[in-house]
Design a binder for this molecule. Structure first.
Ligand code: KIV
Length: 327
């Protein structure tokens, strides 16, 4: 496993390591006499704070890197997180992308859907996650969900609110829906904000959809979904979450979208990546677990171990299993 966080046995050891005379400067010869090979840090321009821990050995996940993973066929492991500690642990466990999803409304706030989540709540949680990832000099790509009502009026409204999440630390924003969202996606991308789109079961419109149901099952629905996906790619969306979409349709879309990586949740195992809600995959669900979830905590003795098992299962294609987790 990659070592991302320096470990200290006690506070004295940690304080000693922080003293200038004991610190191994990144990229400079080791003058401590320890014989350790100093790690070479990436340049950190524009006034970044000095490291609080050793730089991660993993390369930071960037947009070109995600596109390169998609082209190479390396599966993208995405997971939600809403606070600093879980975000840092997810990063250390090797998650590629952390989604600060508006599912936080249900998971953290006890709401019955994501519809009432506010932009201010999203900003707060994006900031917490970003701080957690930075504290461990993490490398994950952070995605902030635009909540219901924050991008529906106009592309200008979407830009104003996307800027709030990006300024809080998100590298990319996510928004739900197709057709009418195409112009908004283009507007954001042209102004330098990477976008993750979201089709299929779109929880913000759960009332209009009549519940949490599989989408794109009929030929007509599949045709609309296909058209929306291609339009979103043309508009510049780099990632596309496909939620509760038949596995065959998701596989077909993945093949058709060369410049937009599909991320499945209940969409089978042929998408370019997978996402789950953190609390679901840790088995923290007192209700009926959705079909597309696996409880990774069941065979793990730690949260970090469970997330590492999730990342490994996504990467080697053993999760999800179409017969168990998809339609
Ligand atoms: O809000 C969220 O967590 C999401 C995922 C379920 C994809 O949108």
């Amino acid at each position: 496993m990659l070592e991302c966080v320096a470990s200290f046995n006690d506070e004295d050891e940690m304080n000693a390591a922080r003293k200038p005379e004991n610190r191994v400067e990144a990229g400079r010869p080791d003058q401590t006499g320890s014989g350790a090979t100093p790690r070479r840090a990436e340049a950190t321009p524009y006034g970044t704070l000095p490291p609080a821990s050793s730089p991660a050995t993993r390369k930071p996940v960037s947009l070109p890197r995600l596109m390169e993973m998609r082209a190479r066929g390396e599966k993208i492991a995405m997971l939600t997180a809403y606070d600093a500690t879980f975000a840092a642990v997810a990063d250390a466990a090797g998650v590629d992308c952390i989604l600060v999803g508006d599912s936080l409304g249900m998971v953290c706030q006890g709401l019955s859907s994501t519809v009432a989540v506010t932009l201010e709540a999203m900003r707060y949680h994006v900031e917490c996650v970003t701080r957690g990832v930075r504290r461990v000099q993490g490398t994950a790509w952070i995605i902030g969900d635009l909540p219901y009502g924050s991008y529906h009026e106009s592309p200008e409204q979407a830009l104003r609110n996307a800027a709030v999440l990006v300024q809080a630390g998100a590298h990319m924003v996510k928004l739900e829906g197709g057709g009418w969202t195409t112009e908004t996606v283009r507007f954001l991308v042209e102004r330098g904000i990477p976008v993750c789109a979201h089709l299929g079961l779109t929880p913000q419109t759960v009332h209009a959809l009549g519940g949490y149901r599989v989408q794109g099952k009929t030929e007509d629905d599949a045709r609309v979904l296909r058209a929306h996906a291609l339009e979103l790619q043309e508009a510049g969306a780099s990632l596309l979450v496909l939620e509760m979409v038949p596995a065959r349709l998701a596989a077909e879309l993945t093949e058709a979208l060369a410049r937009c990586a599909t991320i499945g949740i209940g969409a089978g195992n042929e998408t370019a990546g997978q996402v789950l809600v953190l609390h679901d995959m840790l088995g923290m669900n007192l209700g009926k677990m959705a079909r597309f979830v696996r409880d990774f905590m069941a065979d793990s003795s730690s949260v970090r171990g469970a997330i590492e098992a999730y990342v490994a299962a996504v990467k080697d294609g053993s999760f999800p299993v179409n017969a168990e987790h998809a339609w």
